[in-house]
Design a protein around this ligand. Structure first.
Ligand code: GLC
Length: 546
């Protein structure tokens, strides 16, 4: 009999995304740094009162002109001095590992910064050794080579006076796209991966991996007939030729081979936010799961607060993802409005909903990704135009206010700058920090933070929540989601009420259920004769009593 291999850590882990600029500043320059993350590791794991997460994913900390706040890398094998240096990074790695926290780096290799030496050399002439490391074309007359748009607005082509050609940038013009069809570029990326893997990092989040390859002939994208908008031209096309090209599959498989050649289950999680159909992401697990280990699917991130939207997203995973692929679940990240604000009306968080959302995130089968601050209910900050720093935000205001609102400093306590920095924070702290912060939340047993901790502990101690089969129950009231997780005779029932009204659910079995965790304490859900009565905005996790 063949033994089933032990489950890799990344299938059981709770991931926590840190946006390093905004987590904790130790130098007083108003920008978070690696030493700050080290200082806060105990908050994340290692003490009885820690949050209890298993892995951190760091948004980019490499040297960068910071045009897109680190997603424009000018040196892949170093640390930007604003964050520290390689020796601080090694210390972070060591101290994280001592607490059993894995460390995942952001690998941003669709494009580099225009300040990267590779690009500086490439633009000097049409003959230099790196002349073909980026995508250069002549264009015709004054017109760029094709009709592609940048995700951040405007043409994807930039004229370069020095080289007398256009270069392609699917994001900012400061972020020229690498030419992945050049084997030397691929080798350079493999070397970058090995540099960090040799040091001991546990994996990579691949930034916009589905953009690596472009159509070999750079054909223009067809127009989207139904497009009515005039402003965001990127949405006016079908992105047939500027992303998701077939060559990507074998390349991701190569990347997987590299991480697999290291001990300790190193991993890859792929990110893209621009798929025309969310379900396409599932194909990047590759044949027999030899592509990416994990693939972000942002369908629930874009779901409205309606049980049926979440149900649909869960069903897509169940019906369209390859067998044995491991799902991922994300409610917030550094590119979208915080879900605390998306799911609330007015300026206060809807605490009950935030707890229901947390229950969902941490009980679905798959890997949950938390975004710093969601555990204390941090809200989106609305910034006036003159304070916006995110480049697409500046460009599209007031239509798109940018992504600064979800990147404000972590709220640690009610002291100056929420305990984030002794200097002037690079983005303002949310004005609610006196009420919403880690130190107040840690002292309040009914806080969102304490609920996240309970959920994470329960998850960690309950194999059924980590590996159990998930089954979505059909024919339940419109505003509820009910699913089971079961394994080795253990059966858990999770009930979520998305409405502000009581919900009565017929479970159709005679046995009773015992509540093991609930958002409401006294006067919460009740069961009798196979009926689950959920209070308004309530979530419960129950075990079937045998
Ligand atoms: C990803 C990142 C985003 C960045 C873009 C370009 O979508 O999450 O922050 O701006 O890629 O690198």
């Amino acid at each position: 009999m063949t033994e089933t291999p032990p489950q890799p850590w990344w299938q059981k882990a709770v991931f926590y995304q840190i946006y390093p600029r905004s987590f904790k500043d130790t130098t007083g320059d108003g920008i978070g740094d690696l030493a700050g993350i080290i200082q806060k590791l105990d908050y994340l794991k290692g003490t009885p009162t820690s949050l209890g997460i298993d892995a951190i994913w760091l948004s980019p900390v490499y040297p960068s002109p910071q045009s897109d706040f680190g997603y424009d890398v000018s040196d892949y094998c170093a640390i930007d001095p604003i964050f520290g240096d390689l020796s601080t990074f090694r210390q972070l790695l060591r101290e994280a590992h001592e607490r059993d926290i894995k460390v995942v780096m952001d690998l941003v290799v669709n494009h580099t910064s225009a300040e990267h030496d590779w690009f500086k050399e490439s633009r000097t002439s049409r003959e230099n050794p790196k002349q073909d490391w980026y995508i250069w074309r002549d264009g015709s007359g004054d017109a760029p080579p094709n009709n592609w748009h940048s995700v951040f607005g405007g043409s994807a082509w930039q004229w370069d006076d020095q080289r007398q050609q256009y270069y392609l940038h699917l994001f900012l013009k400061d972020q020229p796209d690498l030419n992945w069809r050049n084997p030397a570029v691929q080798e350079a990326v493999w070397a970058t991966m090995r540099f960090w893997l040799d040091m001991g990092v546990d994996g990579f989040r691949l930034d916009v991996y589905n953009f690596y390859f472009k159509d070999a002939e750079l054909r223009s994208n067809p127009k989207r007939r139904s497009f009515k908008g005039i402003f965001y031209k990127y949405a006016s096309q079908h992105h047939h030729y500027d992303q998701d090209q077939p060559e990507l599959y074998s390349t991701l498989a190569k990347m997987r081979k590299i991480v697999d050649s290291y001990p300790g289950d190193r991993m890859l999680v792929g990110e893209t936010s621009t798929l025309e159909d969310f379900r396409r992401a599932f194909s990047y697990y590759g044949d027999e799961n030899k592509g990416l280990n994990l693939v972000f699917n942002f369908e629930i991130l874009h779901s409205r607060w309606r049980a049926r939207d979440f149900r649909k997203a869960i069903q897509h995973w169940q019906t369209c993802a390859p067998e044995d692929s491991w799902p991922t679940w994300v409610l917030s990240n550094h590119d979208v409005k915080r879900h605390g604000s998306r799911y609330s009306r007015g300026s206060q968080i809807d605490l009950a909903r935030a707890k229901v959302a947390a229950t969902l995130l941490l009980t679905l089968k798959g890997a949950p990704f938390l975004y710093y601050g969601e555990e204390i209910g941090m809200l989106e900050l609305a910034l006036p135009h003159h304070m916006i720093q995110d480049p697409p935000g500046k460009k599209f205001w007031p239509f798109f206010k940018g992504r600064d609102g979800c990147r404000t400093p972590m709220q640690w306590c009610d002291e100056a700058n929420a305990g984030f920095s002794d200097g002037i924070p690079w983005l303002p702290v949310h004005e609610n920090f006196k009420q919403v912060n880690v130190s107040i939340a840690a002292a309040d047993d009914s806080s969102l933070l304490q609920y996240y901790k309970r959920l994470i502990r329960l998850r960690c101690a309950t194999p059924t929540l980590l590996t159990g089969v998930m089954h979505l129950i059909e024919k339940v009231p419109r505003n509820t989601l009910i699913f089971t997780r079961s394994e080795a005779g253990d059966e858990l029932w999770i009930g979520l009420n998305f409405s502000h009204r009581k919900a009565i659910v017929q479970l159709n079995f005679p046995e009773n259920l015992e509540i093991i965790l609930a958002t409401h304490h006294a006067e919460g859900a009740t069961f009798s004769h196979g009926v689950m009565a959920l209070e308004p905005d309530e979530a419960v996790i129950c075990r079937k009593i045998k």
